[in-house]
Write a protein of this length. Structure first.
Length: 242
């Protein structure tokens, strides 16, 4: 039974980095995409088998005409770009209650590439996947990516470590190994701070390490790092005053 309004969201918002990849879209836009089958598995884990605990219905499907792709000179037909559009209703059950989310998916069907005008026969399938992923995102699936958290390398690294522990055969051993690695990493950054020859160098090492510790919510590590920084800062300021 859901105990808070955010319980579903918080249980599905974290994305395993192993099922993501970077992409570059039109105009140079970059982002992170999620493997759609991974999302389907997460929905099945949350609601039950597709068709029983959750599913979807195609409400509308069409081809939308866009801008011309050529000039349509004599002897050459005028070709218009086309976008395949699908409207999808995704239903699910939580605590015996049925919910529904409606969303759209779009895919270029007729378009121009550097190789000329192309037609994608798999556009309907891609639009279905697009609409389904968008509908699930409204429920919180993959929310960390859609909220921009995947732009922070430290966050992605932290999630990867959490997933490693969750899926490890020996979770205790995995935790101890990660703890030892984190300790060695912090020791190294404190050493670098202690070897800083000026305040700018000290600040650079401190800020870089602090971002990672904050992503891990490592309060003990933050305290140790800050104390080491303050000691070195006082030392460097004393040297400058002399």
């Amino acid at each position: 039974m859901l105990t808070t309004n955010l319980q579903l969201w918080e249980s599905v918002q974290k994305t395993d980095p192993a099922y993501t990849k970077k992409y570059t879209g039109a105009g140079g836009f970059t982002g992170t995409s999620i493997n759609p089958t991974y999302l389907h598995r997460k929905a099945t884990e949350q609601f039950g088998p597709v068709g029983t605990g959750w599913g979807y219905t195609v409400l509308e499907e069409r081809f939308d005409e866009g801008a011309p792709l050529n000039l349509g000179v004599e002897g050459q037909p005028l070709v218009m770009s086309k976008i395949h559009t699908i409207k999808l209703a995704v239903w699910y059950e939580v605590d015996g209650k049925r919910g529904e989310v409606v969303h759209y998916g779009h895919t270029p069907y007729v378009f121009r590439t550097r190789h000329g005008i192309q037609t994608d026969p798999e556009a309907p399938k891609k639009s279905l996947t697009d609409a389904l992923s968008k509908a699930l995102s409204v429920l919180g699936f993959g929310a960390d990516i859609h909220m921009g958290l995947y732009d922070d390398f430290n966050y992605v690294e932290q999630v990867a470590q959490e997933v490693e522990i969750e899926t490890a055969v020996n979770q205790v051993e995995a935790k101890e190994r990660q703890k030892a690695e984190a300790q060695a990493w912090l020791d190294e950054h404190i050493r670098l701070m202690n070897e800083s020859v000026n305040l700018n160098m000290l600040a650079g090492v401190f800020k870089s390490a602090l971002r990672k510790l904050e992503a891990k919510r490592d309060t003990a590590g933050i305290k140790r790092l800050t104390l080491a920084k303050d000691r070195k800062k006082a030392e460097l300021e004393g040297q400058e005053a002399a």
